[in-house]
Design a protein around this ligand. Structure first.
Ligand code: FES
Length: 158
């Protein structure tokens, strides 16, 4: 049965295929809407690569049935940009700090950081590390990632 999701400020009618009634949001984003910012890492809520925002708060899109998100405001990495395509301060900061090595984790890191900065405009380093604690990076780029979030927070606070 078709349902509607609000993704990045626009309504999208989703028509799940047979046997897809409980399809997780991640698959709807990537396969139905062609929004590939959210990544498939583990598929079981352990890595954070699939993180998006639900009503401004980070959520693991691999775990949540898409149909349960009707009426919620969903934001993906693609939705952080301004309408004219200008990158969000976090996206610019991650580039400036060269925070990605393989970069597979970076979309999830940025979305978790975006959730933090919505809650707290001037987070401490401890706040940042706590907010990103459940986002895994196998390359060990954590210090650059933290610096990138600090850079973005400083820019947004100006
Ligand atoms: Fe969702 Fe790993 S893919 S938490």
């Amino acid at each position: 049965m078709a349902f509607t999701l609000n993704v990045n400020g626009a309504p999208h009618v989703i028509e799940p295929g047979e046997g897809e009634e409980d399809i997780p949001l991640l698959y709807v984003l990537r396969d139905h809407l062609r929004l590939n910012g959210a990544k498939y890492g583990c598929g079981v809520g352990q890595c954070g690569a699939c993180t998006v925002l639900r009503d401004g708060a980070p959520v693991r899109s691999c775990l949540v049935p898409a149909v349960s998100l009707q009426g919620r405001a969903l934001t993906t990495l693609e939705g952080l940009r301004a309408p004219d395509g200008t990158l969000h301060a976090l996206q610019r900061a991650f580039l400036a700090e060269q925070a990605g090595q393989c970069a597979y984790c970076i979309p999830g890191m940025i979305m978790s950081a975006a959730g933090l900065l919505r809650q707290k405009r001037s987070p401490t380093e401890a706040d940042i590390r706590t907010a990103l604690d459940a986002n895994l990076c196998r390359c060990g780029s954590h210090n650059r990632i933290v610096r990138a979030v600090q850079r973005a927070a400083a820019e947004l606070a100006e």
